[in-house]
Design a protein around this ligand. Structure first.
Ligand SMILES: Cc1cc2nc3c(=O)[nH]c(=O)nc-3n(C[C@H](O)[C@H](O)[C@H](O)COP(=O)(O)OP(=O)(O)OC[C@H]3O[C@@H](n4cnc5c(N)ncnc54)[C@H](O)[C@@H]3O)c2cc1C
Length: 470
């Protein structure tokens, strides 16, 4: 079987690794990747050391079914990157990229892999074959195509592209931050994990000017707690087969916490307060609770990433998690690492960092309007009742299941040829038996969070098995 893999990031590495572990091997594998970030993809290329992975090693294994794979690779390197508060190593993302490169290299020693540094612009059906066309004009016939194109780059919500002082895509921060004058007023659009990365990187580069995180909700990611080994007894894959609503899931969580003698109502009330509570107060309370024995948040985080994808499709009211509770759901299931939370807290206490909610518009200049009359919005950026900034950094990530710009024409060709259809919540659905597979964020049917490493690794393992079975 001849396989084409479109995209050479973490999803492609997971797929190659899974294929190399199977007895039935393909006759050829061609990986198409136009960027310089072969095997590291968008997230794990060379960058500042302050830009770290967002999760402990147990969540970062690229090999599905072997949770310790990455921790074993890390070995003695772990000691130099220990996050004392978390009790686990959090390495610079570029070091994680080295792990991915080594896994890919090992897989290539077992598989006939050819790498083409070109962008795929079209895939078309020719009889039983698929013909892959690249931007360089090359064509290659294969039997199966696997899309591993990722989720793309931030959207330009306020049409600021090309405006001097506007950073459209912050990564790699090693490239974008040197252009930010040290005493400038920086406003960051977004308050999620990418915005946290920007603040921490600015601080590590000795930025002296005011920094403002601006978003509609003002919600920060929750803070990781120390990992604890716990096997849920109620919130399990078997029990989730019978759920139909988010209320059913909440009842399983209640049973879980009841059995542990914990107060479900207090836990739920704290979670639901996320968009309304002062985010700084919340951040500080969570910093104090990193070691706390309460398991509620840990159980929810684990379930969101491992069980969420299995249950998502049957939840009749899942629009609650993509609508009214989206920020809360994303914030609790994709937390920030303690070392970054501590840095944010320091900058907030010093008055250098301010959080602004109710963001409405940013216009060249930069003038910023918000609906927030909250005194917390007072900062070095405020002038004449509005906000001003010298530099605006875009830290708004694409919604889950977005089509990356680099794959737009390719996706259009697949839809036109009937090889795929658009899912009800975005992403691509592939008809059963089609010679096409999707691994990563572009796959339809995923949850409210963009694909994390465990989700990508699980999809890759299932895809490798499906290819072998075919
Ligand atoms: C900044 C950042 C940090 C993250 N940190 C974590 C973390 O710490 N832990 C975690 O679990 N998850 C994290 N994630 C989630 C992340 O999405 C996954 O971990 C993983 O990197 C996704 O890999 P991917 O291969 O699907 O996508 P990508 O890494 O985006 O790779 C897709 C590749 O496809 C290529 N491509 C696109 N279109 C075409 C085309 N038409 N032809 C050929 N090639 C194409 C692109 O050039 C790109 O290299 C992070 C995400 C981001 C953006």
């Amino acid at each position: 079987m001849r396989i084409a893999i479109v995209g050479g990031g973490a999803a492609a590495v997971a797929l190659l690794d899974s294929l190399a572990l199977l007895d039935a091997r393909p006759s050829s594998v061609t990986v198409f990747e136009p960027s310089a970030r072969l095997w590291s993809g968008r997230a794990y290329g060379p960058d500042l050391d302050a830009v770290r992975v967002n999760a402990p090693p147990v969540i970062m294994s690229i090999r599905h079914g072997d949770q310790e794979h990455y921790a074993r690779w890390l070995g003695e390197r772990a000691a130099a990157h220990l996050d004392e508060r978390l009790g686990a190593p959090l390495v610079p993302r570029a070091l994680y990229g080295e792990y991915l490169r080594e896994v890919a290299t090992a897989a290539m020693a077992r598989l006939p892999v050819d790498v083409r540094r070109d962008r795929v612009t079209r895939v078309a059906r020719h009889g039983a074959e698929l013909v892959v066309r690249t931007s360089g004009g090359d064509e290659q016939a294969v039997d199966r195509v696997v899309l591993c194109v990722g989720g793309g780059t931030p959207h330009d919500l306020f049409g600021l592209a090309g405006t001097p002082g506007y950073v459209a895509d912050p990564y790699p921060l090693a490239r974008t931050l040197p252009d930010v004058p040290s005493d400038s007023a920086v406003a960051v659009i977004g308050s999620g994990l990418t915005a946290v990365d920007v603040v921490v990187a600015l601080a590590s580069a000795g930025h002296a000017g005011p920094i403002t995180l601006m978003s509609r909700s003002g919600v920060l990611p929750h803070v990781w707690q120390r990992p604890v080994r716990y096997e849920p007894r109620h919130l399990t894959a078997a029990r989730l087969r019978d759920v139909r609503t988010t209320g059913d899931v909440a009842r399983l969580l209640r049973a879980e916490l009841d059995e542990l003698g914990k107060d479900f109502d207090a836990f739920a009330a704290d979670l639901l307060a996320t968009p309304f509570e002062d985010p700084v107060v919340r951040l500080r309370r969570q910093l104090a609770a990193i070691d706390a024995p309460e398991l509620g948040r840990r159980i929810v985080q684990q379930a969101a990433h491992t069980l969420g994808p299995l249950t998502w499709g049957v939840l009749e009211d899942r629009d609650r998690l993509t609508g009214e509770h989206r920020r809360t759901a994303v914030s609790v299931s994709s937390p920030m690492v303690p070392v970054n939370a501590v840095q944010l807290d320091r900058l907030l206490a010093r008055g250098q960092l301010t959080l602004v909610r109710g963001l409405r518009a940013v216009v060249p200049g930069f003038h910023i309007t918000t609906t927030d009359n909250d005194p917390r919005a007072e900062s070095g950026l405020r002038a004449d009742g509005g906000l001003r900034a010298d530099v605006v950094v875009n830290a708004v990530n694409p919604a889950p299941h977005s089509v990356p710009e680099a794959a737009a024409s390719l996706v259009a060709s697949l839809l036109a040829d009937g090889l795929a259809t658009t899912g009800p919540e975005g992403g691509l659905e592939v008809p059963a038996g089609a010679p096409l597979h999707v691994v990563g964020d572009l796959a339809a049917g995923g949850t409210f969070v963009t694909s994390s490493i465990p989700a990508v690794a699980a999809q890759a393992a299932a895809t490798a098995q499906a290819l072998a079975d075919q």
